[in-house]
Design a protein around this ligand. Structure first.
Ligand SMILES: [Zn+2]
Length: 211
């Protein structure tokens, strides 16, 4: 299994190919790989991605990866609730995957919805939807007291990154299992933002200096 730093390099290379529109040099192996995975060879995903459900941010495509490469968890606003923590625990524990990426993105609708909700509470909002907003709220609410509150675009941009940082931090410190994997087995947990306009993924949180 790749180390966290090696896995990060592979994701960065894949994103560079995606942005440049270059085909994956290993694409010919994909079909063989898919068949092998189906024949019971099991899976060995080299990275875990906890991303937003937004249809414009498909993790495998933006990282130039294929069958069996990524263990992907997607939920609106890339929030971290118990089932997401459990999914990361499962993949890191079962497959030995050493990199977990929280992947948020620019112009995230879940962040914008949280901001709207903070400004004007929606009556009779679905409790299920509210449970998502409630997990994003702590990253967004403090920004309302800053000058950013006057600039909707800048506000969402800051809130997106704050929400990614909070989610990555939750994974690092919200689970005894993951804490042990980080301390003893070198699990690397990083935060990244995908830019809808450029296609570039910026790994901006928790990346070791030499990675
Ligand atoms: Zn989103």
């Amino acid at each position: 299994m790749l180390s966290g730093a090696e896995a990060l390099t592979r994701l960065r290379e894949g994103n560079r190919r995606f942005v440049a529109g270059v085909d994956d040099p290993n694409a010919a192996l994909r079909q063989t790989h898919r068949l092998a995975l189906g024949r019971g060879r099991g899976q060995e995903p080299f990275a875990i991605v906890l991303g937003c459900s937004d249809s414009r941010v498909p993790a495998e495509l933006v990282f130039g990866q294929g069958f069996g490469d990524l263990f992907v968890i997607r939920v609106a606003g890339n929030i971290v609730a118990p089932s997401q923590v459990g999914s990361v625990e499962f993949a890191a524990g079962r497959f030995g995957t050493r990199l977990a990426v929280v992947l948020g993105h620019t112009q995230c609708g879940a962040i914008a919805a949280t901001l709207e909700e903070l400004r004007q509470r929606t009556p009779h909002q679905s409790p299920n939807l509210r449970s998502i907003v409630d997990r994003i709220r702590p990253s967004v609410e403090p920004l309302l007291a800053t000058p950013l509150a006057q600039d909707a675009e800048a506000f969402v941009a800051h809130a997106v990154r704050a929400n990614i940082r909070a989610a990555a931090d939750h994974l690092r410190h919200g689970s005894a299992v993951l804490e042990c994997l980080v301390a003893d087995d070198g699990l690397l947990i990083v935060g990244a933002e995908y830019c809808l306009e450029t296609g570039v993924v910026d790994f901006f949180d928790g990346v070791p200096e030499d990675a």
